[in-house]
Design a binder for this molecule. Structure first.
Ligand SMILES: Cc1cc2nc3c(=O)[nH]c(=O)nc-3n(C[C@H](O)[C@H](O)[C@H](O)COP(=O)(O)OP(=O)(O)OC[C@H]3O[C@@H](n4cnc5c(N)ncnc54)[C@H](O)[C@@H]3O)c2cc1C
Length: 530
C-alpha cells in the first residue's frame, strides 16, 4: 500500500547505510526526530463534508486525507504533524470522459472548486485544497488508465490521462513500444500530471520532455470540451497544446491524451565516467550535446553530490578502492560523476559511445565501466525512499530546479548553493547542499539542487527553516536569470516568482486563458496564478 505520510510503497524501504549516519552527523550535527501524528489522529480532525451526495463522489475521511497533500516538504510537515488545515470535501474516481463532464457540471451548479488529481506527486503545492467557503472536490483520474488505441503506423498511443508510469509502460511494452518518459516519481505520477506540469523524464535527452511526447487529446473544461488534434506539425496559428501543457489544472481536466511513442530500443546501456573537476564535466556535457551525439541521458553531479552519493551507497570498502583508483587516474577529491545513457540500435550505440568517449577523454575523464551504470538503472526510482529514512532520523530533505543558458550554468549553481548554505546561519544550523545537471540542451541546462537540514524541535520552526531556505534559493534563481522551474511546475510555492519571468502582460494573458475556459473560477484556484 502507498504510504499516506511519506514516499512510496510501504513494503519498500531504503535504510540509511552504516557510514551514512556518521557522514551526515559530521556535516549537519546530531539530529532529533519529530514525533509523527497517526492516521487515526488525523481522521479525527477531518471536518464534515460540505458536498451533497452524488453517486460518483466518496466522502470518507480516509479518501479525503489521502488526497489532501502532495509530496513537497511543507506537505510532509503537514502530514507528519497531522496539521493539514484543509481537506477536499470529497473525492471522485471517474471512469470515463462523460463522468468527468458530469462532475464538472455538478460542481459548476454548486459554485464549488475542482482539483484534478493524477498521482499526487506534486512537489510545489499543486493539489492542495485552498482554504475557502466553497465545497472542494478532488477528481482522481486513476481509473482512466487504459491504453485506448495504438496507431502502429503513426506511432501514436491514446491513453486515459490517469495512466501512471507503470500503467503506460506495461501496456505499451506488451506491443513492443515505449513512451520513454521516466521521471523519478514514475511509480505514481500520471500522464495528465506530466502534461499539466510540463514534466521531464530522466532520459529526456533521447525521448524529449513531455512537450515533445504530447501530441493532442481532450480536456473537459467548464466552458466545454477542448479537442486538440494530433497533427505531426501545423502552422495554423498558436499551438493549443502549449496552452494545455503547464496549465496545472487551472483550465480543465485532461481525459484522453495522444502520445508519441517509439518502438522498444534494441539496446540500452548506462555508464559512468568521472571528470577530474566541475569545469571539465560541464565542458564535456556542453560539447557532447552541441555536437548532437545521440545519447538518451547525461547527468553530471558536482563534487559534493558525487561525494554524498558515494557515501550513501553503502559498500564502504568498494567505494574506498574505487576512489583510490580514480585518484591514481587523476580524478581526486574534486571529481564529478557523469552518468551516461545510450539507447537505440547497436550501430547507433557503438557510434554514440565512441564519440562521447572521445570528448570525455579530451576532458581527462575516467571511464568507470558499466557496473555503476547498471546499479544506477536498477535503483533509478529508489532514491526518493531515502527521504523516509532520513526523516525518521530527524533530517529534512528537499530539492529545487531551474534552467539557464550555458554561459551562466556554473554561476547560477554556485549562487543557489551559497544562498541555501547561508540561509540558516542566523540559527547556527548547517545545510548540506549539492547539485547536478540532468537535462541538457544545446543552449543550456537544467540545474537540480538537493539540500538537507536538521528538523527543529517543533514542526512550526522546521517549516520556518524551510521557508527561509526556499525564499533564499528562489530569489537567487530569479536574480541570476534562471527560470523559477525547469520541470516541477509553479503550483503555489513558485507562484510569487512567476511574474519576474513572464512579466505583468504575460501573467494577464495566462489569467485571460483561465477566464476563457473557466469563467467562474472552479478549476484549482490559487495555483499557477492567483
Ligand atoms: C520523489 C519525486 C520525484 C520526482 N521526480 C520528478 C522528475 O524526475 N521529473 C519531473 O518532471 N517531476 C518530478 N517530480 C514532480 C512530480 O512527479 C511531477 O510534477 C508530476 O508531473 C506530477 O504528476 P502527478 O500525476 O502526480 O500529478 P499531481 O501531483 O496529481 O498533479 C499535478 C498538477 O497536475 C494537475 N493534473 C493532474 N492530472 C491532471 C489531468 N488529468 N488534467 C488536468 N490537470 C491535471 C493537477 O491539478 C496539479 O495541478 C517528482 C516528485 C517526487 C515526489
Amino acid at each position: 500500500m502507498r504510504r499516506w505520510n511519506g514516499w512510496g510503497d510501504d513494503t519498500i524501504d531504503f535504510p540509511l547505510p552504516g557510514g551514512a549516519q556518521l557522514f551526515l552527523e559530521q556535516r549537519l550535527g546530531k539530529p532529533t526526530p519529530l514525533p509523527d501524528a497517526s492516521f487515526e489522529d488525523v481522521m479525527a480532525m477531518v471536518p464534515p463534508s460540505r458536498l451533497p451526495d452524488h453517486p460518483l463522489i466518496v466522502k470518507t475521511p480516509s479518501d479525503r486525507i489521502l488526497h489532501a497533500r502532495g509530496q513537497s516538504l511543507p506537505d510532509w510537515l503537514a502530514l507528519r504533524s497531522g496539521k493539514l488545515g484543509s481537506f477536499p470535501d470529497g473525492v471522485a474516481y471517474p471512469a470515463s470522459p462523460d463522468e468527468v463532464r458530469a462532475l464538472v457540471a455538478f460542481m459548476k451548479d454548486l459554485d464549488g472548486v475542482l482539483i484534478p488529481y493524477g498521482g499526487g506527486t506534486s512537489v510545489v503545492g499543486h493539489i492542495n485544497p485552498p482554504g475557502t467557503d466553497r465545497p472542494i472536490l478532488t477528481v482522481d483520474l486513476r481509473r482512466m488508465n487504459r491504453l485506448l488505441n495504438l496507431d502502429l503506423e503513426s506511432h501514436i498511443a491514446t491513453f486515459g490521462a490517469g495512466a501512471s508510469g507503470p500503467d503506460v509502460e506495461s501496456q505499451l511494452r506488451a506491443h513492443g513500444y515505449t513512451l520513454g518518459h521516466y521521471p523519478q516519481s514514475f511509480e505514481f505520477s500520471t500522464l495528465g500530471g506530466w502534461i499539466a506540469t510540463r514534466s521531464s523524464g530522466q532520459q529526456s535527452l533521447g525521448y524529449g520532455k513531455i512537450e515533445r511526447l504530447f501530441a493532442g487529446g481532450t480536456m473537459e473544461t467548464p466552458s466545454g470540451p477542448l479537442e486538440i488534434q494530433d497533427f505531426p506539425a501545423s502552422a495554423a496559428g498558436p499551438d493549443l497544446r502549449e496552452i494545455v501543457m503547464g496549465s496545472e489544472g487551472r483550465l480543465g481536466i485532461l481525459t484522453n491524451v495522444k502520445m508519441r511513442v517509439s518502438p522498444l530500443p534494441p539496446r540500452e546501456s548506462f555508464r559512468v565516467f568521472f571528470c577530474p573537476h566541475w569545469d571539465s564535466g560541464c565542458e564535456a556535457l556542453r560539447k557532447i550535446v552541441q555536437s548532437g551525439i545521440p545519447l538518451s541521458m547525461l547527468r553530471l553531479s558536482n563534487a559534493t553530490e558525487t561525494e554524498t552519493q558515494l557515501a550513501l551507497a553503502g559498500h564502504e570498502k568498494a567505494v574506498r578502492l574505487l576512489e583510490r583508483w580514480l585518484a591514481f587516474r587523476g580524478a581526486g577529491v574534486q571529481k564529478c560523476m557523469v552518468t551516461v545513457g545510450i539507447t537505440g540500435t547497436r550501430r547507433l550505440h557503438r557510434t554514440a559511445l565512441k564519440e562521447a568517449s572521445r570528448i570525455f577523454r579530451e576532458e581527462k575523464a575516467v571511464h568507470a565501466g558499466r557496473y555503476l551504470g547498471r546499479t544506477w538503472k536498477e535503483h533509478r526510482f529508489r532514491a526518493p525512499y531515502l527521504r523516509n529514512s532520513l526523516w525518521e532520523r530527524g533530517y529534512c530533505v528537499d530539492t529545487l530546479e531551474t534552467a539557464v543558458n550555458w554561459d551562466r550554468v556554473s554561476l547560477l549553481m554556485a549562487a543557489v548553493e551559497s544562498a541555501l548554505t547561508a540561509a540558516l546561519v542566523g540559527e547556527r544550523e548547517k545545510v548540506l547542499v549539492f547539485s547536478h545537471l540532468s537535462h541538457v540542451y544545446s543552449q543550456g541546462s537544467s540545474i537540480y539542487t538537493t539540500y538537507l537540514f536538521r528538523a527543529a524541535d517543533t514542526y512550526e520552526t522546521t517549516l520556518s527553516r524551510w521557508r527561509r531556505l526556499k525564499k533564499a534559493a528562489s530569489e537567487s534563481i530569479v536574480q541570476h536569470g534562471g527560470t523559477i522551474t525547469h520541470h516541477h511546475g509553479v503550483g503555489t510555492d513558485h507562484a510569487p516568482y512567476l511574474v519576474s519571468e513572464k512579466g505583468p502582460l504575460g501573467i494577464n494573458a495566462i489569467k485571460a486563458l483561465c477566464q476563457t475556459f473557466d469563467p467562474d473560477g472552479l478549476m484549482n484556484p490559487g495555483k499557477l496564478v492567483s
